[in-house]
Design a binder for this molecule. Sequence first.
Ligand code: NAD
Length: 266
Amino acid sequence: MVLLEHKAFHMLPYEDDLINRAADLMRTAKRAVAFTGAGISTASGIPDFRSPHNGLWQDVDPLAVASIFSFRQNPERFYEWIYPLARLTARAEPNPAHFALAEMERRGYIKAVITQNIDMLHGRAGSKNVFELHGHMREVTCIHCFKVYEAKGVIERFLEDRQVPRCLECGGVLKPNVILFGEQLPAAELIGARNAASKTDLMIVVGSSLEVAPASQLPLLAQRNGARLIIINFEPTFADPEADLIIRGDAARVLPQIMRCMETVP
Ligand code: NAD
């Protein structure tokens, strides 16, 4: 059995050692799950929110543009803000980190992916059991009559004309099925994710600042129920002191390395 303290991060100068140890933990786990954030998709060209100098939150108060209250008051401002993110998301392809997690699930190393991302790249990479805690860009809903539309055509039109998308039935504003500040998380996804987090024996946390609750509580829920924690992130997070292993590297490089290592280490 490999027992690691988070302090081991400071004692092990070589990333290879960390990769080997992560692979060991993954291979011995019985019910591992991944928990991902915007950082897993930066290599696909979609900026995250909290990396320094990426621009998305810079000069913007999230509550002023990305809350359900401000959306209802000023949808034009919301759509203006989300335009670059929608354009990059529409063009994005899964990167090696998404594919590595899909492969880990296919081979039975992980049981599920819990994601805060709305970009749907886990599913496109082949992950099957995905909990999308913050919704997705697959559908849009009229905030007046609640008619649901497939998002693809609506988003394509918006990317061309930059006009606030409207319901064909009642003219109400269409809102992407993503969870804005002030909205409840989708119950089924949250229950499924909490269930997976409380039963897992190893959670691998990838590319999340862990600043958005309640999603950010899931790694600690897992840890309090006896799971080990691996964190792969460029920056420190509040859960680092609880982690068994921390890798400060690019998820798109590190996850495929762990996958390869699991295949080769006996
Ligand atoms: P965040 O922006 O708060 O944090 C991302 C973290 O990932 C940062 O700590 C950063 O250092 C790290 N990171 C960035 N690139 C990385 C890489 N290649 N390898 C390793 N680490 C990397 O993201 P969050 O915690 O997911 O919270 C942001 C919220 O915004 C979420 O609710 C999410 O729904 C939403 N969001 C989603 C997308 C998306 O769907 N792709 C993009 C932006 C924001």
